[in-house]
Design a binder for this molecule. Structure first.
Ligand code: ADP
Length: 278
């Protein structure tokens, strides 16, 4: 399958549709568009080259920006996707930001305050490892605020993302979809590998115990905040190689559609050649 056809297939298979339950019938070990790991590796490399070139142009153009939001349960591969698919970006003009439990200062503001401070400026790419969606996910499941508070947030998020889009930020949102069984294996790998012990927090098991509640919260967030200006994609993420390919493809295609241009500069080449004569 060509890169172009793969892009069309991923849009069809992974983009959340306007109607219906966003997670119904989706398998976390699916591989639409590419079921061959070796081929996926070659396509990923091709996409990394596209990401590098297009980001360079976005940076040079310095008018618009790109925001990539990564959400998913623990071990779903948010860090891995950044490392394998998105490090093709030049750190000059790109940054990743991880949102943890809000600080006291952050909690004393509205929930979008801390987000707004780190959205990408013109010419920049920002990658969010977790995001404002935590405020309708963990906050809802663990009842950290009353229902009346979190239930208003979907509209607030849509308005916020609309504002970003209006000022030239392309917003792409990825839910990394893993199965409960796959999570069990990844958590066990952490337990068995001393190098990974630092990543293991026993508290994370509480989220695992509330798997179906998180799934319901994700389903609502994906349904209610899937807008034309900030679409959601459900990435089957049990297979890491597929996850990386799908994300690299969707991000590269979006950048291509943005079509960033380096500023048109007319140089007097003969004159400059003369000045650069040995
Ligand atoms: P990660 O698990 O992503 O590798 P951390 O160990 O720092 O990173 O965990 C971040 C934790 O912060 C997660 O458990 C997440 O649910 C929590 N968190 C993020 N945003 C919020 C929020 N707005 N309110 C409460 N908890 C949050």
């Amino acid at each position: 399958m060509s890169v172009k056809r793969l892009g069309a297939e991923l849009e069809r298979a992974l983009r959340v549709r306007p109607k219906g339950a966003p997670l119904a019938g989706r398998k976390s070990d699916d591989t639409p568009g590419c079921d061959d790991k070796k081929r996926a590796g070659a396509l990923l490399e091709a996409n990394r080259a596209r990401l590098e070139l297009l980001q360079n142009r976005l940076h040079a153009e310095s008018r618009r920006s790109l925001l990539v939001v990564l959400q998913g349960m623990d071990t779903s591969g948010k860090d891995g996707a950044i490392r394998h698919a998105l490090t093709a970006f030049n750190p000059l003009g790109c940054y990743a930001y991880a949102f943890g439990v809000p600080s006291e200062v952050e909690r004393s503001h509205d929930f979008l305050w801390r987000i707004h401070q780190v959205v990408p400026a013109a010419g920049e790419v920002a990658i969010f490892n977790r995001s404002h969606y935590e405020d309708v996910l963990v906050v809802r499941v663990k009842e950290l605020v009353p229902r009346a508070v979190w239930s208003r947030r979907y509209d607030a998020i849509n308005a916020f993302e609309h504002e970003l889009a209006e000022r030239g930020t392309t917003v792409l949102k990825f839910f990394l979809h893993i199965s409960r069984e796959e999570q069990r294996e990844r958590l066990l790998a952490r337990v068995h590998d001393p190098e990974k012990h630092w990543k293991f927090r026993e508290g994370d098991l509480e989220d695992r115990e509330r798997w179906s509640e998180f799934r319901a919260a994700y389903s609502d967030a994906l349904a209610r905040c899937n807008t034309a200006w900030a679409p959601w994609y459900v990435i089957p993420a049990d297979r890491k190689w597929y996850r990386d390919l799908a994300i690299s493809q969707i991000v590269a295609d979006a950048l291509e559609r943005m079509d960033p241009r380096t500023p048109a500069v007319t140089l007097d080449v003969p004159r400059l050649e003369k000045r650069l004569a040995p």
